[in-house]
Ligand binder design. Structure first.
Ligand code: C2O
Ligand code: CU
Ligand code: CU
Length: 474
């Protein structure tokens, strides 16, 4: 499932034990960059069918130490899917995990019944077969389990994959799109693992002593190695996903140079924008292009979340150009994002709080479907809303809303600038702060199935920081 061998040679002997603060100035070794394979669908008429098998297995998340893991169509992570705007997708997802699960298409604008929230959990040995029409512009999404109380465990054990949405826009036509050649995926994960390889996912696990905090790029441990990718085109597009359970990952070049950001989580930004770092909270994505005439190394600075350890700097990927082509100038406009005028929008307040280790939204812990229903946010088709999301805790939260993209309106009263004007589905809400976001509930209604809103720090989600969201017919 992973293109090429995973963890090609554990090149550095005795590299499995690291201190919690693992700052590595020089690459000790290098391994070839590998990435999840593309999943080929079967197309009949206008419908493309994709098959995902959720399996258990083993994988070395610490170099040379085998861990019990889970994956889609393999033992760790999952293949990348390419969906095209307008296409009908039929998913056949089989659960062979030995436990209930669901699969949520994070960032997809699809009906609630096929969104894969906890309400549609399916049992071991069964197959879930949702079908929907892709109804959104080009973006980098991902998919992962979402069953009640087990999301963190199943995601950190490896159940995560990318979805690339393609469309017929001029920007898409102008940008690199040859998967694995000039369009490469980077799935970053910061885990917490015992020296015996037991992957931790909850409070008691994180409070065990002697943990390692490996950082993985596409499933390959980069604690002591920098992966190498030879670019056969001068321009390389990199799709970044922070699939960590909690940690914030800031990506930059080791030389401090500029990266050209082209997309936030929900698609292209108005114009390509030079940035020197990209801060990704848990669940976030971004896309960049790099026009290279000399090698560049990307590094991830990990800022630990919640009670975890593991902060540090990790050089994860060196891109070495072996190309002579001159890329065309990027289009001056990649997208046209009309900023919402929220004057007439319906206001709603979302308070993130905690009671001990129980996490709350508007005072309720979403740890049961009953709580999700009583604490449900109910809106109507085409409603335009502005949400004031207040973080009443001292902890970091990564606020995520299913169904529709949102715009950041303000952060502690200050309007966003630059790439923060792009379409989002996940936003950082630091301790004590207030973020205003605005969205329109277009297209889909249901009076039985709900979407979710929650913290994407997966333990917080499992500990109750989640609520239902139902879009009803007006
Ligand atoms: Cu990526 Cu409701 O989640
Ligand atoms: Cu989601
Ligand atoms: Cu949180």
């Amino acid at each position: 499932m992973i293109g090429g061998a995973v963890g090609v040679g554990t090149a550095v002997a005795g590299a499995s034990v690291f201190a919690a603060n693992n700052t590595r100035a020089l690459a000790a070794s290098s391994d070839t960059f590998t990435y999840p394979a593309l999943l080929t669908g079967t197309t009949s008429g206008t419908t493309t069918t994709y098959t995902l098998d959720m399996e258990t297995g083993t994988h070395d998340v610490l170099s040379g130490v085998s861990s019990s893991t889970m994956g889609f169509n393999g033992s760790y992570l999952g293949p990348t899917m390419k969906w095209t705007n307008g296409q009908t997708v039929q998913m056949n997802v089989t659960n062979n995990l030995g436990a209930d699960t669901t699969v949520h298409w994070h960032g997809a604008h699809v009906p609630a019944k096929v969104d894969g929230g906890p309400q549609v959990a399916f049992a071991d040995g069964t197959t879930w077969s949702p079908s929907f029409t892709v109804n959104q512009d080009a973006a980098t999404l991902w998919y992962h389990p979402h069953a009640l109380g087990t999301t963190a465990e199943q995601v950190v054990k490896g159940l995560a994959g990318l979805i690339i949405i393609e469309d017929d826009s001029d920007a898409t036509a102008a940008l690199p799109s040859d998967y694995g050649v000039d369009d490469i995926p980077v799935v970053l994960q910061c885990l917490a693992v015992s020296s015996a390889g037991d992957i931790k996912y909850n409070l008691s696990g994180y409070l065990t002593s002697g943990l390692d905090f490996p950082v993985l790029c596409n499933g390959v441990n980069v604690d002591n190695t920098t992966l190498t990718f030879t670019a056969t085109k001068t321009r390389t597009r990199v799709r970044l996903l922070n699939a960590s359970p909690a940690d914030i990952i800031t990506v930059s070049r080791t030389d401090g140079g500029t990266m050209t950001q082209i997309a936030t989580e929900q698609g292209y930004i108005d114009a390509a924008t030079g940035v020197t770092s990209i801060r990704l909270v848990a669940g976030s994505r971004a896309e960049i292009v790099l026009d290279l005439t000399a090698a560049v190394t990307l590094q991830a600075v990990i800022t630990t979340g919640w009670v975890r350890g593991g902060s540090g700097t990790y050089e994860f990927l060196t891109i070495t150009p072996a190309a002579t082509d001159t890329p065309a100038t990027l289009p001056s406009a990649l997208n046209t994002i009309t900023r919402y005028d929220t004057t007439a929008f319906t206001a709603r307040t979302i308070t993130l709080s905690q009671s001990g280790t129980t996490m709350l939204i508007n005072g309720v812990a979403g740890t049961t479907m009953a709580a999700m229903t009583t604490n449900m946010i109910t809106t109507t088709l085409n409603a335009e809303e502005i949400w004031t999301v207040t973080n009443a805790t001292q902890l970091e939260h990564s606020f995520h809303v299913h169904d529709v993209p949102f715009q950041i309106i303000s952060v502690d009263g200050t309007a966003p600038t630059g790439v923060d004007l792009g379409w989002k589905d996940t936003v950082e809400v630091v301790g004590g702060s207030t973020v205003k976001i605005a969205m329109k509930f277009t297209d889909y209604t249901d009076d039985t199935y709900m979407y979710m809103l929650h913290c994407h720090i997966l333990m917080h989600e499992d500990e109750g920081m989640m609520a239902g969201l139902m879009v009803e017919t007006s």
